[in-house]
Design a protein around this ligand. Structure first.
Ligand code: AMP
Ligand code: GLY
Length: 416
């Protein structure tokens, strides 16, 4: 099977490692890829959000399967354009990707499907925003309706900050604050059959102790030692299957990766958000533990044959990833700095580039790379991930020092 992977971040590097380890994958190409992905795939140049260009590349490379990593190409209709060429695609149609592309659409689907989530209002002017904020009270949650790379959400006790964010965004979703630890659950689906991966936890804020602004994600671990038994079954029953059924009913079935972001509240799991693709950096830890060959799994989802796929197999132990971000991330990341010490197994590249001429590795984005390690338990995986990240030199870089720490210490509790 020849696979073309679209994207070039840390998630795609993790996907590339998984795909290249599948004996059924005879050729792996990535577009545009990154210097880390270049170690396991042939890189091709493409604008990932250009549907015609990606479809043409899929034809030219005789791909049997196209795997789309990021959300922007999905929302732009890249999966539709590739499918129209008769090539199997892992990734939803533009219509179904609105589950991520529009927070208001996602809320509408959840309401129709009876999925437990935060109460919310869609607001387009100051007066309705203020009314919604006052109804729910602090902490205030204001979300940009459109795609914002994880940075469109403001959670604040300051009403004027909440109002200012709404003014900047134009159309927002104002919702009630959900109190409780967060879970990311990834579900591989062909629109009907659905296989959950291991639940993971992400760290959205830039600073230790969950302080500072939201980011794309600063680290992750899996599995979750504190998750209640039966959590995954409950989420499949109450969230995933009703949502997939609602999208089928609307004539826009969702095939690909349904990412369910949950808060574990006193009232039970509540959906914070849906994404239409693998999460970053949770994918790095979830795939580090997946023993089942990845190419065959994604192909089954892409070809509507997931019901016949064998149960997933997982490695014992745990995985942790720690993101190394550039100076100034998330507001204004500095790029172009030399990185050393990154040439080690377990270093996953995100925003990196090779300098023309000498080939030196440079920072080229906000989240630059991450150190991903497995271990017999969470403490061992955590120590190994930090050893990797601490071995990398990048001027001005930042990383959190508390990834997975509360879980290792047994300090995570569900309100109740
Ligand atoms: P989202 O882009 O919707 O995932 O939001 C980014 C982050 O903001 C989430 O991972 C949460 O940490 C936080 N957040 C979003 N919605 C809520 C909510 N209703 N209550 C509490 N925190 C939230
Ligand atoms: N880790 C959060 C995301 O991928 O949206």
């Amino acid at each position: 099977m020849r696979v073309l992977l679209v994207g070039g971040g840390g998630r795609e590097h993790a996907l590339a490692l998984g795909l290249s380890g599948d004996p059924a994958v005879t050729q792996l190409m990535a577009a545009p890829g990154n210097p880390g992905i270049a170690g396991v795939a042939e890189l091709r140049a493409v604008t990932p959000t250009d549907p015609a260009a990606v479809a043409a590349l899929a034809v030219e490379t005789a791909a049997d399967l196209v795997v789309i990593g990021p959300e922007a190409p999905l929302v732009a209709g890249v999966a539709d354009a590739v499918r129209a060429k008769g090539i199997a695609v892992f990734g939803p149609s533009a219509e179904a990707a609105r589950l991520e592309g529009s927070k208001a659409f996602a809320k509408d689907v959840m309401t129709a499907a009876g999925v437990p989530t935060a109460r919310a209002y869609v607001c387009t002017d100051e007066e309705s925003t203020a009314r919604a904020l006052d109804e729910f009270g602090a902490p205030y949650v204001v979300k940009d309706d459109g795609l914002a790379a994880g940075k469109g959400v403001v959670v604040t006790d300051d009403r004027s900050v909440a109002l200012a964010h709404a003014r900047e965004c134009g159309r927002v979703v104002v919702e009630e604050f959900l109190n409780g630890p967060e879970v990311s659950l990834f579900v591989v689906t062909d629109g009907e059959a659905a296989l959950p991966l291991l639940p993971a936890q992400d760290f959205k804020r830039i600073g230790d102790g969950d302080t500072g602004p939201n980011t794309g994600g600063m680290g992750a671990y899996a599995p979750l030692p504190w998750a209640p038994a039966g959590l995954v079954d409950e989420v499949m029953r109450d969230v995933v299957h009703p949502t997939l059924a609602e999208l089928r009913r609307r004539g826009t079935p969702f095939g690909g990766l349904l990412y369910v972001g949950l808060a574990m509240t006193a009232a039970g799991p509540r959906v914070i958000e849906f994404n239409a693709r693998f999460g970053d950096p949770e994918t790095q830890v979830v795939l580090a533990l997946l023993e089942t060959p990845l190419g065959g799994l994604l192909q089954a989802a892409a070809t509507g044959t997931l019901a016949g796929h064998p149960p997933l197999r997982w490695r014992p132990g745990a995985a942790v990833t720690v993101v190394l971000a550039a100076q100034g991330y998330p507001a204004a990341p500095r790029t172009g700095d030399v990185i050393t010490g990154a040439d080690r197994p377990g270093i996953i590249h995100a925003g990196t580039a090779r300098r023309a001429g000498d080939g030196a590795l440079l920072s080229a984005g906000g989240r630059v790379l991450c150190g991903t390690a497995t271990g017999a338990d969470l403490a061992a995986a955590r120590a190994a991930a930090y050893a990797l990240v601490n071995g990398v030199e990048l001027a001005g870089s930042q990383h959190r020092t508390d990834i997975a720490a509360a879980a290792v210490d047994g300090r995570i509790t569900i309100p109740g």
